[in-house]
Design a protein around this ligand. Structure first.
Ligand code: CMP
Length: 139
C-alpha cells in the first residue's frame, strides 16, 4: 500500500555530515521524496513535536538536542513507507540496532540517534502536517 511517512535527519546527522548519505540511502531504498526542507527548530516547535514524550525524564534533553542545530525534514512516499523506514533506521538505541541500519552506521547514543520516522499512519499524518502545508507536498 502506497504510504507516506515523516523522516528527520536530526542535528547530529547534519552536524556530522551524514545527511547526504541518509538521503542517498532513502533514494536507494525506493522512497520518493515528496517534500524536503532544512529547518532549525525553535524550542516551542520541538516541544510541540515531542509533546507525547513531555512527562518522560529525557524530554528536556531531547528538546535541547533537537534545537541544537538544523535538521533535514522530509516527507517520504513508498509502499509500506512507515514500517520500511523504521526498519532501515534500526532500533532507537544504536547499541541494539541491526548491522547496516542508519542508526548502527551513524548514531552516537539513544538520544543522538541521527534519524526519526513516524510510528503509525495517524502519527505520520499529524507529523507531516506539522512541518509541511499541502502545497509543499509535491506530486
Ligand atoms: P525518536 O524516534 O525521534 O522519538 C523520540 C526520541 O527521544 C527518540 O527518537 C530519541 O532521540 C529520544 N529518546 C528515546 N528514548 C530515550 C532515552 N531513554 N534517553 C534519551 N533519549 C531518548
Amino acid at each position: 500500500m502506497l504510504q507516506r511517512t515523516l523522516a528527520i535527519v536530526k542535528p547530529d546527522g547534519v552536524k556530522n555530515g551524514v545527511a547526504g548519505q541518509v538521503i542517498a540511502r532513502i533514494e536507494k531504498e525506493g522512497f520518493r521524496i515528496v517534500a524536503m526542507r532544512l529547518h532549525h527548530l525553535s524550542r516551542a516547535e520541538a516541544e510541540g513535536f515531542y509533546a507525547v514524550h513531555k512527562e518522560r525524564p529525557f524530554f528536556g534533553g531531547l528538546v535541547a538536542f533537537m534545537t541544537s542545530g538544523p535538521v533535514v525534514v522530509m516527507c517520504l512516499e513508498r509502499d509500506n513507507a512507515i514500517a520500511a523506514w523504521r526498519e532501515i533506521m534500526g532500533a532507537t538505541d544504536p547499541a541494539k540496532a541491526a548491522p547496516g541500519t542508519i542508526r548502527k552506521l551513524y548514531a552516537t547514543d539513544i538520544e543522538k540517534n541521527v534519524s526519526h520516522g513516524s510510528d503509525a499512519p495517524e502519527t505520520a499524518a499529524v507529523e507531516i502536517g506539522y512541518f509541511f502545508s499541502g502545497l509543499e507536498l509535491v506530486g
